[in-house]
Design a protein around this ligand. Structure first.
Ligand SMILES: Nc1ncnc2[nH]cnc12
Ligand SMILES: [Zn+2]
Length: 330
């Protein structure tokens, strides 16, 4: 039995496996520019975040119908359950779909068909986080939040993703203020490729409660002290960092130093179909390549529940954490 854990940094479009992409393309009468899944997998060699994003946005064009989004989410939930995920807070990128004429309702309600039944079907509680694309305009983000208003009962929070450098958090001050006024939780990618200042800005200007990646905080000692003092969770994605070349090799990953510094780190998969593994694979990889002790792995699992948006259900959070404490490593 795998270590129980929450996954807090997972782009649902990044779970689109080549086999499902080809199946959805066929179902929707589309032709992909790759001959087969093998040729597509060969394209998964990335120089940086942007080179990944180019492929990520191209492949997700096979997602057209509610059924497609439901099938995508169910495929992820089945894999996550097999790797010990008990709770998942799932990002989605509506602007990438709206731009192709797919309605917000198709995306949200399609995902919800899987998420709403996830506890019964997969034993996983879920939350949905709408991400704004930071390389789109602030006006587009505001229009996207507006389009999501009829579906807010399905949406727990907002996030910020896509190409980071050159798109500082301050660009999205207004839409994050509007989201907060609607009672939505706030997170943002910061310090993945962008500088530590983007992390500070995400906290001070956007009011985020959790930082996605946050890796580059390690370049600023005062910022690390602040993140420790304020118990701001970081959602790290080690295999993603290697594939997108934010770190040279897994053995160079700063996770052990971050834990030693007292940071509230969590381990997640980001875009598992592209980066070589789901969240359990990320745990296994850091355990092996970084020599993490069982205590450290248990800390990461405990942190994942502490950092999750389960405030409405403290009894459930306590139950999940009790499972972590009782877990015996084989
Ligand atoms: N790792 C990542 N960083 C920024 N935006 C993303 N969208 C999907 N994956 C992402
Ligand atoms: Zn991400």
């Amino acid at each position: 039995m795998p270590l129980p854990k929450a996954e807090l940094h997972l782009h649902i479009e990044g779970t689109l496996e080549p086999e499902l992409a080809f199946a959805l393309a066929a179902r929707n009468g589309l032709t992909l520019p790759w001959a087969d899944t093998e040729e597509l997998r060969h394209a998964y060699r990335f120089e940086d975040l942007q080179s990944f994003l180019n492929l990520y946005y191209e492949l997700m064009t096979v997602l057209r119908t509610e059924q497609d989004f439901e099938d995508l989410a169910n495929a992820y939930l089945a894999r996550a359950a097999a790797q010990g995920v008990r709770h998942a807070e799932i990002f989605f990128d509506p602007q990438a779909h709206l731009a192709r004429g797919v309605a917000m309702g198709t995306v949200v309600e399609g995902l919800w068909r899987a998420l709403g039944a996830s506890e019964a079907n997969h034993g996983i509680s879920t939350a949905l986080i709408l991400c704004f694309l930071r390389d789109e305009s602030a006006a587009s983000a505001l229009a996207t939040l507006d389009a999501a208003k009829p579906h807010l009962d399905r949406i727990t929070g907002v996030g910020l993703d896509s190409a980071e450098v050159g798109h500082p958090p301050v660009k999205f001050r207004e839409v994050f203020e509007a989201a907060a006024a609607l009672g939505l939780r706030r997170v943002a990618h910061a310090g993945e490729e962008g500088p530590p200042e983007y992390i500070t800005e995400a906290l001070d200007v956007l009011g985020v409660e959790r930082v996605d990646h946050g890796l580059r905080c390690m370049e600023d000692g005062a910022l690390v002290e602040r993140l420790v003092r304020e118990r701001i969770p970081l959602t790290l994605c080690p295999l993603s960092n290697v594939r997108l070349r934010t770190v040279d090799t897994l053995a160079d990953h700063p996770l052990p130093a971050m834990l030693d510094a007292g940071l509230l780190c969590t381990v997640n998969s980001d875009d598992p179909a592209y980066f070589g593994g789901y969240v359990g694979d990320n745990f296994d990889a850091v355990a092996e390549r970084l020599g993490l002790t069982e205590d450290r792995l248990r800390e990461l699992a405990r942190n994942s529940f502490l950092a999750s948006f389960l405030e409405h259900d403290e009894e459930r959070r306590a139950r999940y954490i009790a499972e972590v404490e009782a877990y015996t490593f084989s």
